[in-house]
Design a protein around this ligand. Structure first.
Ligand SMILES: [Zn+2]
Length: 101
């Protein structure tokens, strides 16, 4: 008959093995993803390491800089067309960007 100590040791050992297995698998997955991303980045398929959609927004259109400067609806200051906010009073510029009505 097994003693309580032996049962405790076996149970603890089994739990430890399960935890190690899960942890090791997670570490391997993280390592693989990092390697995959650095490979994509080297090949130019990935611009940034993150896949967060917040950082995937298109950069400001360089052609917009050539457009007529927009006048601030708040203070009347002239701003570059590429600007999203007024350089003088930081009010949002552009008809499609103004949200307060
Ligand atoms: Zn302004």
């Amino acid at each position: 008959m097994l003693g309580v100590g032996t049962v405790y040791l076996v149970a603890t050992g089994a739990l430890l093995l399960v935890a190690l297995g899960v942890g090791a698998r997670a570490l391997v997955a993280i390592f693989r993803e990092g390697r995959e991303r650095s490979r994509k980045r080297r090949e130019g398929k990935l611009e940034r390491y993150t896949e967060d959609p917040v950082y995937d927004r298109d950069p400001p259109d360089p052609d917009a800089a050539g457009e007529t400067p927009s006048t601030c609806p708040q203070c009347g200051a002239e701003n570059d067309a590429a600007f999203t906010f007024c350089r003088e009073c930081a009010a949002p510029l552009g008809p499609e960007r103004v949200t307060n009505d």
